[in-house]
Design a protein around this ligand. Structure first.
Ligand SMILES: *Cc1c(COP(=O)(O)O)cnc(C)c1O
Length: 413
């Protein structure tokens, strides 16, 4: 719910439920007064927030446009058709399902569409940046499927293509998953397609992170190569929290049935409307320029962190995402994250390929939405390194962060 951009809503809430209104304002203040470097986060637009806070939230709509299990869906049907058309057009896909509640739900549906419990699946191992849904024993994926992990080259941090090919030939998986929560480089979808074809496997691209860059033309598209593309709408794409699935017409019906009725119930029409708004925004030249800036910023941030002494995984980035080992600055990722949080610099820890200690994972999607550019990235790297080393005095660093973000309000006015 937008507190800043829906003053009436904010007033209503303040009168009706001051306790909760205060919590919302507190979170808005936290987002605006600290530095948001979590790679999976962004600031969606006031228009997206308006759709999310709209009365479409009231509507039950099980099924698909024109074939619903509830009455009164004429209007929301138009909203969902619009979201689907915009997604197809934006990504050049034959089919789009916009009902998946989240990235994980999209992956669940992709597996449900193509696999049976017990099938073998090849995916990037969790220590190298695989997602929970790529075979974690704590997740349905690890329990219901037989995951074989591939990794990255110990020296370069780049996906080990020889290993992918060998494992595929040995295990003959039913599906190969490419996609990651922490891999900073472009994924070679043509390579994965070739291996999948050789062993008769489906190719599932889990493009939850880079799909926004794909929309803006700043990263290669998995759509021409993968049988199914899973994605989120809330990361670089800057839409509402949610999932999306793209595929060819031949899998359309299986994918749709895998979402509803197999794994989900009623569609969230307010979120689908907000997805339509985000797809509309992502189709503009301004968004394309935004994605180019996101990558330019990440490259500068990676170089500046390396300059400060961090070991940047793969030596840099092609995307919005940077992972780095702060060990040369004297602490591991977990300690670094704590110190940074105290200074108002918000980011994640991540596993490091072939290291026992944790690293740091940063992204430039949110700060770029705020209008920050190369100059600010250098300043962020210096601030971050000072805090991690413990040379920057705590209160002073917090003041500097405040000074930086004050110039870039996420929701001006
Ligand atoms: C973010 C992400 C997901 C999960 O998305 P949620 O909306 O958090 O469920 C799945 N796969 C990858 C690769 C991701 O980056």
């Amino acid at each position: 719910m937008s507190v800043t951009h829906a003053p009436q809503t904010a007033d209503v809430l303040a009168r009706q439920d001051p306790e909760l209104a205060e919590i919302l304002l507190g979170e808005l203040d936290r987002q605006a007064s600290t530095l948001q470097l979590i790679a999976a986060e962004n600031f969606c637009s006031p228009a997206v927030l308006a759709a999310l806070g709209s009365p479409l939230a009231n509507k039950y709509a099980e099924g698909y446009p024109g074939a619903r299990h509830h009455g009164g869906c004429e209007i929301v049907d138009v909203a969902e058709r619009l979201a689907v058309e915009r997604a197809k057009c934006l990504f050049g896909a034959e089919h789009a399902n916009v009902q998946a509640h989240s990235g994980s739900s999209a992956v669940l549906a992709a597996y449900a569409a193509l696999l049976r419990p017990g099938d073998t699946v090849l995916a990037l191992g969790l220590p190298y940046g695989g997602h929970l849904t790529h075979g974690s024993p704590a997740n349905f994926s690890g329990r219901w499927f037989d995951f074989v992990p591939y990794g990255v080259d110990a020296e370069t941090g780049i996906i080990d293509q020889e290993q992918v090919r060998t494992l595929a030939r040995t295990h003959r998986p039913k599906a190969i998953v490419c996609g990651s929560i922490a891999y900073p480089r472009h994924i070679d979808y043509a390579f994965f397609r070739e291996v999948a074809d050789e062993v008769g496997a489906y190719l599932i691209a889990d493009a939850a992170h880079p799909i926004g860059l794909v929309a803006g033309g700043a990263a290669p598209s998995p759509v021409p190569y993968a049988d199914i593309v899973c994605a989120t709408t809330h990361k670089v794409l800057r839409g509402p929290r949610g999932g999306m699935i793209l595929c060819g017409s031949e899998l359309a019906e299986r994918v749709d049935r895998a979402v509803f009725p197999f794994t989900q119930g009623g569609a969230q029409m307010h979120t689908i409307a907000a997805k339509a708004v985000a797809f509309g925004e992502a189709a503009t030249p301004e968004f394309a320029a935004y994605t180019r800036q996101v990558v330019a910023n990440a490259r500068v941030l990676a170089a500046a962190l390396a300059q400060e002494g961090c070991v940047v995984t793969t030596g840099g980035t092609d995307t919005h995402l940077v992972t780095a080992d702060p060990a040369p600055l004297g602490v591991d990722g977990r300690t670094a994250r704590g110190r940074l949080a105290a200074a108002g610099i918000v980011l994640d820890c991540c596993a490091l390929p072939h290291a026992d200690s944790r690293g740091l994972r940063l992204g430039t999607a949110a700060v770029t939405t705020q209008g920050m550019a190369e100059k600010e990235m250098t300043r962020i790297a210096a601030l971050l390194a000072g805090v991690v080393r413990g040379t920057a005095e705590g209160a002073r660093a917090r003041e500097e962060v405040r000074d930086l973000v004050d110039g870039f309000p996420p929701y001006p006015g």
